[in-house]
Structures are given as structure tokens and as C-alpha cells.
Ligand binder design. Structure first.
Ligand code: UDP
Ligand code: MG
Length: 320
């Protein structure tokens, strides 16, 4: 087997940081090829996720000058997770192992060596885990760490402090291609696939340039998506809540009767209970909404341009 490595890097409006990323990746890939760790046909595949700035221009120009770089461009912005899936599924046909990482150099490229070593030791999934978040702001660190803790409390099996910086073998990606869900939460899917896995620790750096595309509101909705895609624990909690509520209201009713409370307090109490009910219906509704989107089975993305298949100035268009 050859040892072709593909690096998949989703990019959304990353014109500021991309030239730096290209420099760093060029050095890293060349170094790994020189050390004979990876095959000389290894590449960096950028996924342009519907950027409105010069991101795609930079990718295209770089791929013309340097054969270590290639790219695909999606038909519009589909979000980080969809962009990653597009990159992973396209690159698996060319590579023996694929590493996904962010464009902003927050993921330490020096961890790549260790990840490839783990692959040669037999691991088919290598999770890069942040050993420290010293460089993140207190707020980012607190919200991100609470995210992992809350997820596992809610019954989602994810690797603590691991995002989407991971190595996967071709075989894992073949298995992954059988997952067709549209509510994507990749860090929840890979532990489900199985095979031998291992962990590599790295220190997460600061975003080199540009701004984070994950503000708090997006992070909260991402966490909620993750929970409702992988666990029905919230629905079970509603069941228990309903039970507790029934007991409490029954006891309260007796107290109301005995103490002859005024109607105002009883009404307030009833409104409170109906609030809880509406909240719970909302949670159940979330699951129904998810089922609705899953049953539609809409395509997750369209590839507008695939530089791997570019012929005579015209582009082959591929739909997945
Ligand atoms: N990204 C993307 N599509 C989006 C948003 C983000 O492809 O709609 C990419 C982005 O370019 C980056 C990665 O996803 O490479 C992670 O985003 P970011 O660094 O902004 O997130 P953070 O590290 O702040 O959580
Ligand atoms: Mg980042």
C-alpha cells in the first residue's frame, strides 16, 4: 500500500490567513515526503465553502503553481461540517489516509507527524486532542469546555477536547460514506464507526488571522444539534420531569385546598406548569423537525468545481 496523505482544509472567507496556511502546509508536506513518511503524491485539498472573498482565487492560483495543492469549491456556503464531508469523500478516492484540519492554523501542524506515526502503528482513526487552551480567551475556553462536559452528560459519546482535527484511514472513510445524515456532527459519528483508534495531544494556538466563524450563538446551536442527533436523553428527561411535576402539583393541590389559598396563586402555579409543558413539547418538536429533514434526504452539498477533475478548461461537476 502506498502512503498517500491528503489534508482536507475547509475555508470560508479565509483570504487573510490562507497565504500563511499555504506556506506552513507546503513546508510540512515537503518535510514529510523528504522523511519518506508519506508518498510524494500527497496533497492538501482546500474546500471552498462558498466564500465571498478571494479565498477560491488563492486556492486556484496556488494549485496551478504548486502540485501539492488542490481544491474543490462548493456551490454555496454549506457550513463547516458539510464542507468537511465534501472534502473527506472526494479525497478518500485518492488517498490512503486523510487528515482534516482548520484553515486558521489553530491546529498545530507538528501534531501531523505524530498522527501519521500512529497510523503506521495501526490506528485507523487518530484524534488530535487539545492538551491546553492557554491561548484561548477565558470565555472561549469556558464555553468550549462546558460544551464537551454537557454533551457527555446528555449521552453523546465524544472525545473530550477533540474537534475536527483527526486522521482517518481510507477504510474508515469508506465506512463513513455510508452515513447519510443531514444533521451533521462529525465528532460524534467517528467514535461510532469503530476500528482501532488513538489519541495525539497538541496545544491549540491562537487564530493567526481573520475572525472566528463560530460565534457563541453558532456554538450553542451546534451543541444542541449534536445532542439531538446522537441522543434521546432530553426526551427521557421530559418523561421524568413530567412524573415529578405530577407529584409536586398533586401535593400542592392538597396544600392549596387545606390552606385555602387565593385563586391568584393557583393561576400562577397553573401558568408555570403550562410553561413547562410548552417547553417540553418544544424539545419533542426539535426531534420531529430533525426527523423531517432526515426523511427528505436532501443532498448535503454540490461541488461546483473540482480541481482534481479539471479538464480542458471546463470543469466536471459532481453531485453527492
Ligand atoms: N468554516 C467553513 N464554513 C463555515 C464556517 C467555517 O468551512 O461556514 C471553516 C473555517 O474557514 C475554518 C474552520 O471552518 O477553517 C473552523 O472555523 P473557525 O476557525 O472560524 O472556528 P473556531 O476555531 O473559532 O471554532
Ligand atoms: Mg479556528
Amino acid at each position: 500500500m502506498k502512503n498517500i496523505l491528503y489534508m482536507v482544509i475547509p475555508c470560508f472567507n479565509e483570504e487573510e490567513v490562507l497565504p500563511d496556511t499555504i506556506k506552513v502546509m507546503d513546508k510540512k508536506i515537503k518535510d514529510l515526503i523528504k522523511k519518506k513518511k508519506i508518498d510524494k503524491n500527497s496533497k492538501v485539498m482546500f474546500v471552498n465553502d462558498g466564500s465571498s472573498d478571494k479565498t477560491w482565487d488563492i486556492i486556484e492560483k496556488t494549485s496551478k503553481k504548486n502540485s501539492l495543492f488542490t481544491g474543490i469549491s462548493l456551490s454555496r456556503n454549506k457550513g463547516h461540517q458539510n464542507a468537511l464531508v465534501a472534502g473527506l469523500l472526494v479525497s478518500k478516492d485518492y488517498a490512503d489516509m486523510v487528515i482534516s484540519m482548520d484553515a486558521d492554523l489553530q491546529d498545530d501542524v507538528n501534531a501531523i507527524d505524530k498522527m501519521v506515526d500512529e497510523y503506521f502503528d495501526g490506528a485507523e482513526i487518530v484524534y488530535a486532542v487539545r492538551s491546553a487552551r492557554k491561548k484561548d480567551s477565558f470565555f472561549k475556553r469556558f464555553t468550549a469546555e462546558s460544551f464537551y462536559k454537557f454533551m457527555s452528560k446528555m449521552g453523546v459519546d465524544i472525545i473530550y477536547n477533540h474537534a475536527d482535527f483527526r486522521l482517518t484511514s481510507k477504510r474508515v472513510l469508506d465506512s463513513f460514506s455510508k452515513y447519510h445524515e443531514v444533521n451533521l456532527f462529525l465528532r460524534g459519528i467517528f467514535p461510532l464507526i469503530g476500528y482501532k483508534s488513538s489519541i495525539v495531544y497538541y496545544e491549540r494556538g491562537e487564530r493567526e488571522k481573520g475572525e472566528s466563524k463560530y460565534p457563541l450563538s453558532k456554538m450553542v446551536s451546534f451543541a444542541w444539534d449534536g445532542i439531538t442527533s446522537f441522543s434521546t436523553k432530553p426526551i427521557k428527561m421530559i418523561l421524568y420531569l413530567g412524573l415529578i411535576e405530577m407529584i409536586i402539583s398533586f401535593i400542592s393541590l392538597i396544600i392549596f385546598i387545606i390552606l385555602n389559598f387565593n385563586t391568584g396563586s393557583i393561576i400562577a402555579f397553573m401558568v408555570f406548569l403550562s410553561g413547562i409543558q410548552i417547553f417540553c413539547i418544544g424539545i419533542v418538536g426539535e426531534y420531529i423537525g430533525k426527523t423531517y429533514f432526515e426523511t427528505k434526504q436532501r443532498p448535503r452539498y454540490f461541488i461546483d468545481i473540482n480541481l482534481m477533475e479539471k479538464k480542458n478548461g471546463r470543469y466536471n461537476k459532481k453531485t453527492i
